[in-house]
Design a binder for this molecule. Structure first.
Ligand code: GLT
Ligand code: MN
Ligand code: MN
Length: 392
């Protein structure tokens, strides 16, 4: 047992669909047996996780009767109680059944849109029954191949109608539940609407109950779009909209890999953990650290638990490295704010005609400023040395 062993205090969570992934891919059959949810909960607790998240159909099979549902939910609640695990987040599967082949909330057929709302209301009831405080929306099928099938503006409007409706459903039932929207640029559709966290943030600002709705960014999804995940998360944090997060690893330019957290692009993973932990200042993210990833298809069940422990340990190791980096006096000197008593008051707090005149009159020797080296090579190398364990 070392300092990096996960404990429930770390608030690490996994989806039932992550550690329950049997290793199926588009080219091959499963390589592992399906493990039932009650065993997954017990094993996750053994590994030091705190929470388990689920889609409605990860627990209750599609089409189960009310009696079957109640029995399954009852057994699952007992497993939660035995292990001390919680369900922080729930979501709806709006992508597996063929009825969703043209999307769910944005599908052209009103019957599909109606069924999607009905299925989501049931999934919300299930999540709340299990104690979830967060409900995720991943619109995996909300997109197109034949783009002429609908005006993309009506897709956005339909999505708004759905989220507005469901916010009111939550309020009408007095549930203590917030929504987190998860973007992805493509896969399984050729193009998915509201493709990035930035798209989502603007969309949220158009909702009737915008205070109830934030984002659930995923490392892999933002990286697939070739974007800086850390910047997207930072913008969400700055807007008070980082409600949840999907941690995994991804190489840019590939399919959605959902790899063990930190196993690719470790520098980005370091910068992300540094941001979430707030070691560089600016406030800490206090929500669940959720892993939306799965073990390599080469693994048996033991490999799955190695994978789960690996995600959590890497997060904690990176958090320790980030703390050491931000406590390093050379780093602090390199990133110290440049102060200017004359200019600083002009640059914040909005416009005035006096400030505009003072800015015009200020003495700024741009040649001197342009010649000054910034020391970022040194800064980045020190960061790499912390990251590689050569400096502490
Ligand atoms: C699916 C997807 C994930 C989403 C999950 C929530 S389901 O596995 O690839 O990114 O977060 O619906
Ligand atoms: Mn995800
Ligand atoms: Mn993914």
């Amino acid at each position: 047992m070392d300092a990096f062993e996960p404990t429930p205090r770390d608030q690490f969570s996994f989806g039932l669909w992550t550690v329950g992934n049997p290793g199926r891919d588009p080219f091959g059959e499963p390589t592992r047996a399906v493990v039932n949810p009650t065993r997954l909960v017990a094993k996750l607790a053994e590994c030091g996780a705190w929470g388990v998240n689920l889609h409605d159909n990860d627990l209750v099979p599609f089409g189960a009767s009310a009696t079957e549902r109640d029995q399954i939910v009852g057994e699952f609640k007992a497993a939660l109680e035995d292990s001390g695990m919680v369900v922080p987040m729930a979501t709806t599967n709006l992508f597996s059944h063929p009825v969703f082949k043209d999307g769910a909330y944005t599908a052209n057929d009103p019957k599909v849109r109606a069924f999607a709302l009905r299925k989501t209301m049931d999934a919300i009831d299930l999540g709340v029954e299990l104690g979830a405080k967060m409900f995720v929306f991943w619109g995996g099928r909300e997109g197109t191949e034949a783009d002429a099938c609908r005006d993309p503006r009506s897709a956005v409007a339909r999505m708004r109608d759905a989220i507005d409706f469901l916010c009111e459903y939550v309020k009408d039932n007095g549930y203590d539940l917030r929504f987190a929207l998860e973007a992805k640029p493509n896969e399984p559709r050729c193009d998915i609407y509201l493709a990035t966290t930035g798209h989502m943030l603007h969309f949220i600002s158009t909702l009737k109950n915008e205070e109830m709705v934030g984002v659930n960014p995923e490392v892999a999804h933002e990286s697939m779009a070739g974007l800086s995940f850390t910047h997207g998360v930072a913008q969400a944090m700055e807007a008070g909209k980082l409600f949840h997060i999907d941690l995994n690893a991804q190489r840019i330019g590939r399919y959605d890999q959902d790899l063990r957290f930190g196993s690719e692009d470790t520098k980005q993973a370091f910068l992300l953990v540094r941001l979430l932990e707030g070691t560089g200042g600016g406030g800490r993210y206090t929500g669940p650290r959720h892993f939306d990833a799965h073990a390599y298809r080469t693994e048996d069940e033991q490999g799955v638990w190695d994978f789960a422990r690996g995600c959590m340990r890497t997060y904690k190791i990176l958090a320790a490295r980030a703390a050491a980096f931000d406590a390093d006096s050379e780093v602090r000197a390199l990133i110290a704010d440049i102060r200017d008593e004359t200019l600083d008051p002009l640059l914040g707090g909005g416009y005035s005609a006096e400030k505009a005149a003072a800015l015009r009159a200020a003495d700024i020797d741009i040649d001197v400023v342009a010649r000054r080296g910034l020391g970022y090579e040194r800064l980045d190398q020190i960061m790499m040395e912390h990251l590689l364990g050569a400096r502490s």
